[in-house]
Design a protein around this ligand. Structure first.
Ligand code: URA
Length: 440
């Protein structure tokens, strides 16, 4: 088999055989296929696409390019959850303990934030002494004992994806549905769970800006999961405004705790209940309504909160900050931002607000940047609210006045005001599973 012939076949719109895709991924992972040929392959896929069968094989080969986590020593159904990334998205910290309290096993690997989006591992590391690296044995033991563990992604999970993503980044081939879907799902397949619930964000703060594109990505990922023997479903949820009020690592942990205690913002609580219901349904725990009722019960009786506390303690974290968020180290500087005019908030450029949080110190512009765990903002008003001129819009937290100024300017640029009440889209816009797409 020659890479040259495979490139010519895809360039001309052909359908690749499983052995040809396996040859490409094995050769690129081992270094036998050079970057220039792989770059041509990625561009051919970008321009010509891949059908469902090709995409499923590509993902399987990428998943098997490195370590594949074996979760068979964990009793019960293991359900994973993945978000395509957003601003103020602390759902994993709520949903994983809730689902565990309802009887599913959550053995989860999460990522770090980059650019305007946050990452669960960074939020967990805001908790003093919290470990986000566990040995394989510790990981399995913890999930068997308390039903959940959330850690960072291990070094050798889907190495083909790591190399391919870096190449896509510099060859203008990131934005392709088969390449994005295979990239995300290769890591999910390698992480070993029986079922996968995807939270595909859509809107101004999401990777996919339109509902149509978000549904297409969700459908591609559901097809990949099902073709590879994993029960898979996706919710399309809104990222047209930040989720909840808090953006920034320790602020988001505190808001996740409040949500588990039944004191969370309505939008965050709603999305978390729907995601948890989706995970329980994939685990075979009943109808959507039964599963939703179980998730609500785990908030009402405190069992979800108790699981988060247990996980923090089991991973060495200081659980006193979970009991009392005022024990988090405070930011050095804070400032109030007031509404510049009276009117309705008619829109939020959520990506811009995520960038404002990054400028405050809550995120990274490059992988090497250090995070200030206390930095970020709490929004006091979101899209649809009426504000008087001078009314509080947000409280900002940062290490110094310069960062506060940069964050304030970017935040104000990202909020639009008007005289008419804006139409608000639903928080959950669609559901995608093996039976098709339902739009709300
Ligand atoms: N996230 C991933 O892991 N891969 C992509 O291609 C895009 C987003």
């Amino acid at each position: 088999m020659r890479m040259y012939d495979i490139l010519a076949k895809k360039r001309d719109g052909g359908t690749l055989a499983a052995e040809e895709i396996a040859f490409v991924i094995a050769g690129y992972t081992s270094g036998e296929i050079p970057d220039y040929q792989m770059a041509a392959f990625l561009m051919a896929v970008f321009l010509r696409g891949m059908d469902k069968a090709e995409t499923a094989v590509l993902t399987d080969c990428m998943a098997r390019s490195g370590d594949v986590v074996d979760l068979s020593a964990i009793a019960g159904v293991k359900v994973d959850k993945h978000s395509t990334g957003g601003v103020g998205d602390k759902t994993t910290l709520v949903v994983a303990p809730l689902a565990a309290a309802c009887g599913v096993k959550v053995a989860k690997m999460s990522g770090r934030g980059l650019g305007h989006t946050g990452g669960t591992v960074d939020k967990m590391e805001a908790i003093p002494h919290m470990r986000t690296t566990l040995s394989g044995e510790e990981f399995i033991r913890q999930v068997n004992e308390i039903g959940l563990a959330v850690i960072g992604q291990s070094g050798n999970l889907a190495p083909a994806d790591k190399k391919m993503y870096a190449l896509r980044d510099v060859t203008a081939t990131v934005n392709s549905i088969p390449l994005i879907a295979s990239s995300i799902m290769s890591k999910k397949l390698a992480a070993g769970s029986d079922a996968i619930l995807l939270d595909v964000k859509t809107g101004s703060g999401a990777f996919m800006k339109t509902l149509e594109d978000s549904i297409a990505l969700a459908a591609a990922m559901v097809d990949i999961g099902e073709a590879n023997g994993r029960r898979t479903a996706a919710l399309i949820t809104s990222m047209d405004a930040p989720l909840g009020h808090a953006i920034g690592n320790s602020l988001e942990v505190a808001e996740a705790v409040a949500t588990l205690q039944g004191r969370g913002p309505a939008d965050l609580t709603e999305v978390c209940l729907e995601l948890c219901a989706g995970m329980l349904a994939l685990a075979g725990q009943g109808t959507h309504d039964d599963c939703r009722a179980k998730a609500e019960g785990a908030i009402a009786d405190g069992s979800g909160f108790a699981r988060l506390r247990q996980m923090v303690a089991a991973q060495g974290g200081d659980a006193s900050v979970i009991d009392d968020a005022s024990r988090f180290a405070p930011a050095v500087a804070r400032a109030e931002v007031a509404a510049p005019v009276a009117g309705y908030i008619t829109g939020m450029d959520t990506e811009g607000i995520g960038t404002a949080a990054m400028l405050l110190g809550a995120g990274r512009a490059t992988k090497e940047d250090e995070i200030d765990y206390a930095a970020g903002m709490v929004l006091h008003a979101k899209t649809g609210a009426y504000v008087q001129a001078g009314a509080p819009l947000a409280t900002l937290y940062a290490a110094d006045e310069k960062r506060l100024g940069a964050g304030r300017e970017k935040l104000l640029q990202s909020i639009s005001f008007g005289e008419k009440v804006p139409a608000l889209a639903p928080l959950v816009l669609a559901r995608v599973d093996k039976d098709g797409v339902r739009q709300y």
